[in-house]
Write a protein of this length. Structure first.
Lengths: 411, 411
């Protein structure tokens, strides 16, 4: 009898975006004349940078000729891309990462989901609350949690609330944890962790022999000088942290698919009898056994992003979105709403008016201003009473949305 | 203390291709004038079909314009591709598969490796011997095996020897097994399973509530009419079989990366207390949580393969390789060597001359004819005394290689 992985049966339905779609659909059916604007989903809208377009055309042509055709490439990614990442993303920040500590993939979602495989099932994980759901769901699937509780949290998981009260900075857990998921700039709160906060986590990880799983997918949206772009700017992080990066939000690759993991050779896990085991070779084994490399064409598109001209183009693109973020942030603040994020992140996280739940505010925004956002409670219990708006729309829609919020929302 | 997944420590080094590379390098250093031809690695050499090149150029251009740009697509693949697969691969063979039973991915290696995640760790797996290593390695990683034994096999795994003695058809295991990996046309033996043989396995799976994991990555290489192209041609298979397919060998996509899983909704696994659980929704959950879709550009390239003109082009491509296979097969047979495969597969599997091991023959072929092949023992103990040659080289090299074998090999 072929047994199934019963951990999957513990998973909760991906209720959030389905419920949003359902409510929007109903509203549209009842209000066919309404022009609904979505500031809900975290997907980019600007086309790919021209450098990537050109590089991919060239790569497609190479695939058309026997002399330049590429079959299987290295599973870890071509040297041309790994070396560019090493130089442009890390060396430029004074961080020494070797090319063979970088593993190119099809995106940070896959990497964040797959990384837990190289860890023991008995490890305790810590996640922030609210949180990007993939960290938790993939650990549920692997059996690193118990069952769901009435409040929607899972047994055996350490939740670290991040709210306005603690300035969205997770506190060190009172109990021992082995794997710590941190995301900065944060999805969904749009806030960042300071150098001192990160140093606190690196210290904890070293003392507790824990691993930090650091999601820096939004690093390019940081505008303030003193916010670390990579966790490896923190002394000692190369011994305890794995970093996830992506071209998705950096360069509009959400449908083009390229990301990477940085796993320094000094990062160690442990066997049950306490022996050190470097994680880089374990991930290398996982990556080469279960993955066959990112398409050559796509890797060339990603490489182009890391040229001087490419960096110029993506900075313009990010600048466009960040101007949207500013418009949203300042527009909401001018109404007396309390807003967070939007300075080093494309996400604006707002406190919903007193007495309302996240879903109440969702309905209010949809009905009064015909704007779709994302209820904070969908990202975890501590997201209740918050709401996420994204800066990835067009300028025109962003301006229109803010104008409507200002003029039509009854606050 | 962050524990590692100690199952990884049970894995054996990927000795085979490293050892081949080492011996070839040594030979070349000692014989700098020798012109070594490789018929060793299963990678294609012809450029992509022209239809894919055109489709991908068009898709790249779409990504350059705001109006046609694509961000996140459906994780399971775009409808345009899933429906084409349904019609061209399945409906054309009289097999009814729904589009939502097809999950587009970045390749069959990922799918073969990832599929085991939705199964319980207590399942017993059965694999053929010799075998494509990914089936076994990913189950070792998941903890579905014991330790390696002295003969290189793993405790707790049911091996099904496939040799000339049983016509390369695995026998039904005497003990109960839950997950059965079958590959036809087979890598490495190049042989296929007949309709009757497959029917036997479907019957076994139904009676034993087992699941067949059917790798049909080489289906396009079948030339004989009566060999099934898909396991779903067998009555009842839609209740017990998951099929893996790929554009890699079909259309030269080894570096372009696109494959798919077919998981019919009628396929059921079981909870420990004996309740039926459809596998399609479990895989859907896995696929949408840990994967973010195959690049849009690549999916357009794959779609083009499934047009009428695309099918014509890939049939020419496959025909070219199969003519190579014929040249190798007939050339070796003319020397009195015993050869298998190469009729419905790009792999020729030969019995090495009496008294030699696979590695002895490797050295002999390299030194006397300067040809690189793959020792059968590298694919499992029952591959000992066999040797794999591939038809993926150029016609010129294939002809030259066979000529050298005929004139220089001392048999």
């Amino acid at each position: 009898m072929a047994l199934v992985n019963e951990n999957y049966l513990k998973l909760q339905g991906s209720y959030l975006f389905a419920e949003i779609a359902h409510r929007v659909q109903k509203f549209k059916a009842e209000n066919p004349e309404a022009e609904v604007i979505s500031l809900g989903i975290g997907d980019v809208t600007l086309p790919l940078p021209q450098v990537s377009i050109e590089a991919m055309h060239k790569a497609v042509d190479e695939m058309a000729n026997k002399e330049t055709f590429r079959g299987y490439g290295p599973e870890q990614g071509y040297a041309f891309l790994r070396e560019k990442i090493r130089d442009v993303i890390y060396k430029s920040r004074g961080v020494d990462i070797e090319a063979d500590e970088i593993f190119v993939s099809d995106g940070a979602k896959s990497d964040c989901g797959n990384i837990q495989e190289i860890f023991g099932v008995d490890n305790t994980i810590a996640i922030t609350d609210p949180v990007y759901p993939v960290y938790l769901d993939t650990n549920i699937m692997a059996g690193r949690t118990g069952l769901v509780k009435e409040d929607g949290t899972f047994e055996g998981v350490v939740y670290m609330p991040c709210t306005a009260e603690n300035n969205f900075t997770p506190e060190l857990p009172k109990q021992h944890v082995d794997m710590i998921y941190l995301c900065s700039p944060n999805n969904p709160t749009g806030t960042t962790l300071s150098r001192d906060e990160l140093a606190k986590w690196v210290k904890y990880a070293k003392e507790n022999k824990s691993i930090i799983l650091y999601d820096a997918a939004y690093a390019y949206y940081i505008t303030e000088d003193d916010v670390p772009r990579t966790i490896y700017e923190i002394e000692g992080a190369k011994e305890v942290a794995i970093e996830f990066r992506s071209f998705s939000k950096t360069a509009g690759f959400t449908g083009t698919r390229c990301g990477y993991i940085v796993l320094p050779k000094a990062v160690k896990g442990y066997t049950k009898d306490g022996k050190e085991q470097a994680l880089n070779p374990l991930w290398n084994r996982r990556h080469t056994t279960k993955f066959n490399g990112t398409p050559y064409i796509i890797q060339r598109g990603a490489e182009a992003v890391l040229t001087e001209e490419g960096q110029k183009q993506v900075k313009e693109m990010v600048g466009y979105y960040m101007e949207n973020a500013k418009i949203i942030r300042e527009g909401l603040a001018s109404l007396g709403l309390t807003v967070f994020g939007g300075v080093n992140s494309p996400y604006v996280w707002l406190k919903v008016p007193a007495g309302m739940t996240s879903w109440d505010f969702f309905d209010k925004l949809l009905h009064e201003a015909n704007i779709v956002g994302t209820p904070g409670s969908g990202f975890g219990p501590s997201g209740e009473n918050y709401f996420r708006l994204t800066a990835f729309g067009s300028r025109e829609n962003t301006l229109k949305a803010v104008e409507r919020i200002k003029t039509q929302l009854k606050l």
